[in-house]
Design a protein around this ligand. Structure first.
Ligand code: AMP
Length: 465
């Protein structure tokens, strides 16, 4: 049995100190199992999901072996989405904050290739990117891989699902052969095992049993429905289980759009999230859901990746996922941090075997209550109410805006009727910011932003949700 004490690790004092400052009291299971091996130079293939602490599991050993004097890229992390890459960069910055001069670069669609190439010329220690953009830089000979000592494939299964296999292989072929290769994945389909055999050296497989833990605070309910009645059943489910935040998972974009439209007819604050949305639109949808202005999000699995949300009241599986791991991943978005959550699955009789498998892997027992009849008033919109509205502001990080500036602009000056209590989450993106305002004060806030200035500058503001 390995110890879970961070101080047992052979880590640089700067890292141990940060871990302590961040309040990480002990290693998570994936960290305890993998960090000693990674520090020892081994290749690993680890089972992990978001929330398991997997990012720190590879970030700490990478930071530990980094040579800050060398301004060439020494570690490359490939991620399926820009959102995940942003999270990984954030974790590296957080853990590496005592390393002066540390340069971490995100290679995704968030910036132009030119800006990224310039950053690499100035010197970058760690690059985190999506396979498409990374390969693009390689093809243009803008990226020097000679000093890469560690390659990480984060959420490898998702990268395959998203069709990045060819890009990943092309990148792997160009890396130095003397390197450490780390795979993290929620599932291990054949194609990933294949890649592991080809590109890893004596990989050690790390499987962390945490399914039982996932099941405990989540109430799992199954309602039966025939395929043709499913969407009516969903409406009844929503009526019976009102919540402040719900994600409904579908397997296709068509189902996502159809359900979102149907729910919107009841004047509920709903949004659709799928892979065909433009990045800007996706960012906006995610921001309004995170800040409570969207009560119901209808999404596909891939699109919902990277939706980093602290607490979600309920998850509804409109379509069953193909794999049990995906089921556990979906429901793991609720009941976080010891809070209660609810996971509802709409299933048909042909799904019986699958449900047994899901139940087993999730570690919790399924409840099968009867569903009440749909009342004639349809969905009660007030039950799925969002107390907040979202305003967008036409400036962001690149304009040097910070949350405090926006808060200040909204609440400053005598006679202001807005107080801090009316203002919710403030998210600053590169060129745009989103601020949540309590519904009753949103007009006042909009007027204030339109007539006033932020940090002495004029910005446009509008109501987005
Ligand atoms: P991840 O699974 O990498 O997305 O990490 C989930 C969250 O857990 C991140 O916000 C980390 O900062 C945090 N975290 C990682 N390791 C630990 C730990 N040992 N103790 C407490 N929190 C942690």
């Amino acid at each position: 049995m390995e110890t879970t004490d961070f101080s047992s690790l052979d880590l640089a004092p700067e890292l141990l100190q940060v871990v302590q400052e961040l309040g990480y009291e002990e290693m998570t299971p994936i960290q305890a199992a993998s960090i000693p091996l990674i520090l020892d130079g081994k290749d690993i293939i680890g089972q992990s999901k978001t929330g398991s602490g997997k990012t720190a599991a590879f970030a700490l050993p990478i930071l530990n072996t980094l040579d800050l004097e060398n301004r060439n890229i020494q570690a490359l992390i490939l991620c399926p989405t820009r959102e995940l890459a942003t999270q990984v960069v954030g974790e590296f910055r957080k853990l590496g904050r005592r390393y002066e001069g540390l340069q971490i670069l995100s290679l995704t669609g968030g910036q132009t290739g030119r800006e990224q190439a310039q950053a690499m010329e100035r010197g970058v220690h760690i690059a985190v990117g999506t396979p498409g953009r990374v390969l693009d830089h390689l093809n243009r000979e803008r990226m020097d891989l000679n000093d890469i000592a560690t390659l990480v494939l984060d959420e490898a299964d998702k990268m395959f699902d998203m069709g990045f296999a060819a890009e990943i292989k092309a990148i792997l072929k160009q890396l130095p052969t003397k390197r450490q290769t780390l795979f993290f994945s929620a599932t291990f389909p054949e194609e990933i095992q294949d890649l592991s055999r080809r590109y890893q050296k004596n990989p050690l497989k790390i499987i962390v049993e945490d399914a039982a833990e996932t099941g405990t605070s989540i109430e799992q309910i199954v309602y039966d429905s025939s395929e043709s009645q499913k969407s009516d059943t969903l409406m009844r489910v929503l009526q019976q289980h009102p919540a402040k935040s719900t994600i409904i998972f579908c397997n296709t974009k068509a189902a996502v759009n159809e359900l979102a439209e149907r729910i919107a007819e009841y004047k509920v604050s709903v949004a659709a999230l799928h892979g065909d949305l433009e990045q800007r639109e996706r960012d906006r949808v995610m921001a309004t859901f995170r800040n409570g202005s969207t009560a119901i999000l209808v999404a596909t699995d891939v699109a919902a990746r990277g939706l980093d949300i602290d607490h979600l009241e309920q998850v509804i599986n409109f379509d069953l996922p193909a794999q049990a791991e995906t089921y556990v991943h979906r429901i793991g978005r609720t009941g976080r941090a010891g809070r209660e959550g609810r996971a509802i699955t709409i299933a048909s009789p042909v799904d019986t075997m699958k449900l047994l498998e899901f139940e087993k892997l999730s570690g919790g027992a399924f409840l099968r209550p009867t569903l009440g009849f749909k009342n004639q008033h349809g969905l009660n919109p007030f039950a799925h109410q969002s107390a907040m509205k979202t305003l967008s502001i036409s400036g962001g990080r690149k304009d040097k805006l910070r949350p405090g500036d926006i808060l200040g602009a909204l609440t400053n000056k005598e006679g202001s009727t807005l107080t801090g209590a009316d203002i919710g989450k403030i998210e600053i993106h590169d060129h745009i910011s989103y601020v949540a305002i309590s519904s009753s004060m949103v007009d006042t806030a909009l007027e204030k932003l339109r007539t006033g200035k932020i940090k002495g500058q004029k910005f446009q503001a509008r109501l987005v949700k």
